[in-house]
Design a protein around this ligand. Structure first.
Ligand code: NAI
Length: 308
């Protein structure tokens, strides 16, 4: 997909030093953590102090695990030095426009709603330096549609930067290339991803990018097996774990992701009309579970019961 003959010399490639992450939830806090661990100066932004506290407590727990794994259970001094150094790279604020005033990269990880994301980026476009790179961690919205809220110049510096949950553990980042994206921006994002210990892959701005484009239809077909009564949930999951070497069965994975999220993605794809109809056929079982508030692990019950 890369345009041939476009050289990205060291002079053209602007280094990313300071990063602003908007959204201190599950994903945002993870992105803040891996960037801070890799010695980037990171500002974590959310709308309330309570949300920032939540992000900080997710990071505090996770970074302890990382430090233990990195230095071994015994080396508590080294663990603490690593933790202190990483945490010293993080500042927090509820003031997004000031936070991006001198930033090199903005990574957005807020609520999955196109209007809210567009309003945010529109405001940040005015406040951020002209050469700052904008990225969204969205799983299901088109990057081009989000970027539309910004100036034509910014759109050339706007990409998808899609991390996976849990961010500190998952090694992949999908970099989503929009039509007019500058090569130097792609390269700067790839370097950033590598520096945080991840492997970047490149993808066009298409529904589900690579991972979810393959994974969601697979999980949906597991629900359709349930709809048809062809196999029981437990047997589907055991089959895929032992027969296909998957670490989790498709229904266990769906409970982990959240059944409301699954439904949101598949309904969105059906509405967009860009994917073959058979792949986006809704599942009665999935819809019924969501209607009953059985959303997976987070609600204590989904396909399986986690309350015990
Ligand atoms: P979350 O609900 O855990 O966190 C979202 C955070 O954004 C909350 O702390 C909320 O207060 C904050 N927020 C909402 N509106 C805001 C605004 N206007 N300005 C600043 N902060 C705002 O959500 P999660 O799971 O972290 O998802 C965030 C994004 O990451 C979504 O776009 C989602 O599609 C994407 N994503 C989620 C994955 C997952 O497994 N949960 C995986 C990969 C991407």
């Amino acid at each position: 997909i890369r345009k041939a003959g476009f050289s990205t010399s060291a002079r053209q490639l602007k280094d990313i030093n300071s990063v602003t992450v908007i959204g201190a939830g599950l994903m945002g806090s993870g992105i803040v953590q891996v960037a801070a661990q890799s010695n980037y100066k990171v500002t974590m932004v959310d709308t309330t102090d309570a949300a920032l506290k939540n992000g900080q407590s997710i990071i505090a727990k996770s970074i302890k695990r990382v430090a233990k794994k990195k230095f071994g259970e015994e080396n508590t001094a080294e663990q603490q030095a690593f933790i202190d150094k990483a945490l010293s790279n993080i500042t927090v604020t509820t003031d997004a426009p000031s936070a991006v005033g001198a930033t090199d990269l903005v990574v957005e990880a807020i609520v999955e709603n196109i209007d809210v994301k567009q309003a945010l980026f529109k405001a940040l476009d005015q406040a951020a330096p002209a050469d700052a790179i904008f990225a969204s961690n969205t799983s299901s919205l088109p990057i081009t549609a989000i970027a539309d809220a910004t100036s034509a110049e910014r759109q050339k510096r706007f990409a998808g930067l899609h991390f996976f949950n849990p961010v500190p553990a998952m090694k992949l980042v999908e970099i989503v290339r929009t039509e007019g994206l500058q090569d130097e921006v792609y390269d700067a994002l790839a370097t950033f991803a590598k520096n945080t210990g991840k492997t970047p892959v490149e993808c066009k701005d298409t529904p589900g990018f690579i991972v979810n484009r393959l994974l969601v239809p697979y999980m949906m077909e597991a629900f359709r097996i349930l709809d048809r009564g062809d196999a029981k949930a437990k047997d589907i999951d055991v089959a895929m774990k032992l027969g296909a070497g998957m670490p989790m069965g498709p229904l266990e994975l769906a409970d982990f992701v959240g059944l409301d999220t699954m439904k949101f993605i598949i309904d969105g794809w059906a509405k967009e009309g860009k994917i073959e109809e058979a792949l986006v056929t809704p599942s009665k079982t999935l819809n019924n579970l969501v209607e009953q508030g059985q959303l997976g692990r987070k609600s204590g019950k989904g396909v399986y019961d986690y309350s015990k």
